[in-house]
Design a binder for this molecule. Structure first.
Ligand code: FDA
Length: 527
């Protein structure tokens, strides 16, 4: 009881400016009228428009996030075509107390870029950035400016075609948006060599919580520029474009794939992989996808097949790698192949990588962990055999080490650096026909509980881009978000020091929390 009182007292005392009040229907109409004075009407869709629902679901892949019981639709969706439209939306929103949610690729694991989890909660508008997707490559500088409505597939394609020999470290899935992934870090198969996507941001432009255009990092100041490179999307403003450092890639890279069932030694192989993968050469990344008691080793080597086969045979003989397990291809082909597999043989790369339309898949729930001490063979055996009933459970293990272990935890808000062996993403998929879709995941929760003693602790780490609302949602007391409540997941995503710094920056740049969602960073007053 005493601790609850303390938390509430902290929540009341911790802030200095009241947040905007909840919008009323008249505010909503005034907001829409305000938009109509500065934005062409065809760029503002309300639920009465036949195009509204198709646009709303256009980038949603996860059926769990469109189930009526869990969705609260936006007041309108605006599709800006320039920075002044984005500024106008924020200014109208502030004036009439309508918050916004911003969507780039729409892959947020809890759908926070386009839905509110509170049925009949406060009105909000969605800014869908899909029309702002230009990529301007500057080959002689090895840099590129990319607008945040672009997907990573589009970024890869434009970079590799304008500047062969250059690439960019980001996601395996090419429909992820550069707005969200870079805001939260960005892990992928080149991170051991070149770091996170966010580690390779040189500059940015954004619209702040006052609707001002901050054209570069100088206009933002060091703190805000630090916060947007890994502090999570939807917190500090709307990033319009990133300036990226492009990285060298050889003319041919190698894709290598080996599958092992339990009978073929999968458990031993994964047990060894845990400490081997983080110390392999930086230009070799070997991830593991475990599904149906089978381990699928997939790798990227920034070099040729014969070298990687020799390395794997000497360092990881248990996999029994032969040259038949690998394929050489260009880096651009690789970005498509790792995701689409042999389908790339029949289709032009632009058709695969520039196609941002997604199909609504099954119901999905994700969680994440970081492992700092290798699990025993006995523990892995239990994990491989974890019962999942009719559901499908998948574990994706991404190795750290390499340059990730040499970057300080304070360089940007992403804290999972030197002591980490690998990241685990838990993915549970189900078809939703059971109980009309209103069922809760079961495999993921019990396995996640079982893993508690084996993963990082104090706090148990999690990756902000694998957002998980099971860790909690913000509590708003007297119009302000409680820092003590938010710490529960904030420190898990960012570490204690980085989370505190993020909250202080929030207190400086968005004290009244115009940008607020279920897990947004709360503002702390500057002392
Ligand atoms: P979305 O548009 O939903 O945005 C996510 C968050 O960022 C929201 O809070 C949103 O408001 C905010 N945001 C979006 N644009 C913004 C902008 N311009 N300015 C400020 N805030 C903005 N991750 C990874 O690191 N490596 C990987 O390989 C993958 N692979 C992957 C595959 C699949 C199928 C999924 C569903 C997800 C991943 N992810 C991932 C996770 C992914 O990085 C994470 O979900 C990102 O937030 C998605 O970014 P989007 O722009 O697509 O999402």
């Amino acid at each position: 009881m005493a601790s609850i009182a303390l938390v509430l007292a902290f929540c009341f005392l911790g802030f200095f400016v009241p947040a905007p009040s909840v919008a009323s229907p008249s505010n909503n109409n005034d907001f829409l009228r305000c938009l109509s004075t500065s934005i062409p009407s065809q760029l503002v869709l309300t639920p009465s428009s036949p195009s509204f629902t198709p646009l709303l679901v256009s980038s949603i892949r996860n059926a769990r996030l469109v189930a009526p019981a869990t969705a609260s639709p936006p007041l309108c969706i605006v599709t800006p075509t320039n920075a002044s439209h984005v500024q106008a939306i924020v200014r109208c929103g502030r004036r009439h107390s309508v918050r916004v949610r911003v969507r780039s690729g729409g892959h947020d694991n809890e759908g926070l870029s386009y839905r509110s989890t509170t049925p009949n909660g406060e009105a909000f508008a969605v800014i869908d950035l899909a029309k702002l997707h230009a990529v301007h490559v500057i080959p002689h500088e090895a840099t590129a400016w990319v607008e945040t409505g672009a997907t990573t597939g589009e970024l890869y394609y434009r970079v590799a075609t304008a500047a062969p020999g250059l690439g960019f470290p980001a996601s395996v899935c090419p429909t992820v948006g550069v707005g969200g992934i870079i805001s939260g870090g960005g892990i992928g198969l080149m991170m051991r060599k070149y770091g996170l996507s966010a580690d390779n941001v040189l500059d940015a432009s954004m619209v702040d919580a006052g609707g001002n255009l901050l054209a570069n990092k100088k206009a933002m100041g060091d703190d805000l520029f630090w916060a947007i490179r890994g502090g999570g999307g939807g917190n500090f403003g709307i990033v319009l474009a990133w300036k990226l450092r492009l990285v060298p890639v050889p003319p041919k890279v190698t894709f290598l794939k080996v599958a092992k069932t339990m009978d073929q030694g999968a458990v031993d192989a994964v047990t060894k992989w845990q400490t081997l993968a983080p110390v392999l050469p930086d230009d070799l990344s070997v991830r593991v996808v475990i599904q149906k008691s089978q381990a699928n080793f997939q790798s990227l080597y920034l070099g040729n097949c014969s070298t990687v086969v020799a390395t794997m045979r000497s360092r990881f003989p248990e996999l029994g790698v032969t040259s038949a397990d690998c394929k050489e291809m260009s880096w651009l082909q690789y970005t498509a192949y790792i995701y689409f597999g042999d389908a790339i043989n029949n289709k032009p790369l632009e058709a695969l990588l520039l196609n941002r339309s997604t199909t609504l898949g099954p119901f999905v729930k994700n969680k994440s962990d970081y492992v700092k001490k290798a699990l025993t063979k006995e523990t892995w055996k239990k994990i491989f055999l974890w019962p999942n009933g009719a559901r499908s459970g998948q574990l994706i293990l991404e190795p750290h080490g390499g340059i990730m272990g040499r970057i300080s935890t304070a360089k940007n808000p992403f804290p999972h650096r030197s002591s980490v062996l690998y990241n685990i993403q838990y993915v549970e998929l189900w078809n939703g026909k059971e109980a009309g879709g209103n069922i809760t995941p079961n495999w993921i929760g019990s396995l996640y509980d079982f893993m508690t003693p084996y993963v990082s602790k104090n706090p148990r780490g999690a990756y902000v881009n694998y957002r998980d609302l099971d860790m909690g949602v913000n509590k708003v007391v007297d119009g302000v978000t409680c820092y003590e409540t938010a710490k529960v997941w904030g420190e898990r995503y960012f570490g204690a020091a980085n989370f505190r710094r993020l909250a202080k920056i929030k207190g400086k740049v968005d004290a009244t929390e115009y940008f607020r969602n279920e897990q947004s960073v709360p503002p702390l007053p500057l002392k």
